[in-house]
Design a protein around this ligand. Structure first.
Ligand code: AMP
Length: 282
């Protein structure tokens, strides 16, 4: 298999795409934090299907981690990732260092109001500011025709769609369905933190989401169904529940009744590992 070209500066990224851009070729961008799994690779495949050229990025963005989160421990495996990307047909990897993305004196941030008021915006107050800022930079640096994000991080996907629209960034933001293990657990770079016992517990998350979604879609009252689901999550061995909410997927506001476009969202700790997932209801 051919080696994947890797660039580390914005100047080199732009230089390597200039001719293709001038020739009118389309570019698909797949931003990631590395430690790639089949969920990430599904984004690359989709980008490959829909564009002339695919650029993946790997950047573990320090500004989207809180002080007590796993920035230092976050898994890193650039050479393994490069092989997976090359195998999936990716054309170029942009893997900048922190100083390239946040040079001395960096003072700007992008904040998306409203969509970040609930769900992970509450339990991780600085997270979406970091995500919105870095994704805005990546979209401006790479200038893609389309950029691909997973529905696994559904709130992030909505935040990115909104910032691209509000800031007139001319890239189509494409959401890609969540890739799951056979027992339903959403693939995540953080799953590798799970012990064998934690991994068994984690399977309760998608199972209870799915069963709760079915009950809500059948018209059951929301509050008692959510209370029962929370109780079941605790009984299944979840260490801590940040939230289990029914929200409108367009604006992410909590709902008192299931309506078309409603979705269940969960964030829970299994052992010390925080996992998120979501499930459509109606
Ligand atoms: P991350 O490396 O965790 O920042 O994720 C990079 C991109 O991959 C984001 O758009 C995620 O939503 C997406 N992604 C992560 N896990 C999955 C999954 N299981 N299925 C689909 N997309 C995913």
């Amino acid at each position: 298999m051919r080696d994947l070209p890797i660039v580390r500066s914005v100047a080199d990224l732009r230089a390597s795409t200039r001719d293709l851009r001038l020739a009118g070729k389309s570019i698909g961008l797949v931003p990631t934090m590395g430690a790639l799994h089949d969920g990430h690779i599904a984004l690359v495949h989709r980008a490959k299907d829909e564009n002339d050229l695919v650029i993946a990025t790997i950047f573990v963005n320090p500004t989207q981690f809180g002080p007590n989160e796993d920035l230092k421990a976050y898994p890193r495996d650039e050479s393994g990732d490069a092989m997976k990307l090359a195998g999936a047909g990716c054309d170029l990897l942009f893997a900048p260092g922190v100083a390239e993305m946040y040079p001395a004196g960096f003072a700007t941030s992008v904040a998306v109001a409203g969509l970040t008021d609930h769900l992970c915006g509450v339990s991780r107050p600085h997270h979406f500011g970091g995500v919105a800022t870095i994704v805005t930079k990546l979209l401006l640096q790479a200038g893609p025709t389309r950029a691909y994000f997973g529905e696994k991080d559904f709130q992030q996907l909505q935040v990115i769609k909104r910032l691209a629209r509000d800031l007139d960034i001319p890239a189509q933001i494409v959401g890609v369905a969540t890739i799951r293990e056979a027992d339903g657990l959403a693939l995540s770079s953080r799953n590798r933190y799970l012990s064998a016992d934690d991994r068994a517990t984690a399977a309760a998350l998608p199972r209870i989401l799915r069963e709760t979604a079915i009950a809500l879609a059948a018209g059951s009252a929301v509050a008692p169904i959510l209370d029962a689901a929370k109780q079941r999550l605790v009984e299944a061995g979840i260490t801590r529940l940040d939230y289990l909410d029914l929200c409108d997927e367009a604006n992410l506001q909590p709902l008192g009744a299931a309506i078309p476009g409603s979705r269940l969202f969960v964030a829970a700790f299994v052992g010390k590992t925080r996992l998120i997932d979501n499930w459509p209801v109606l």
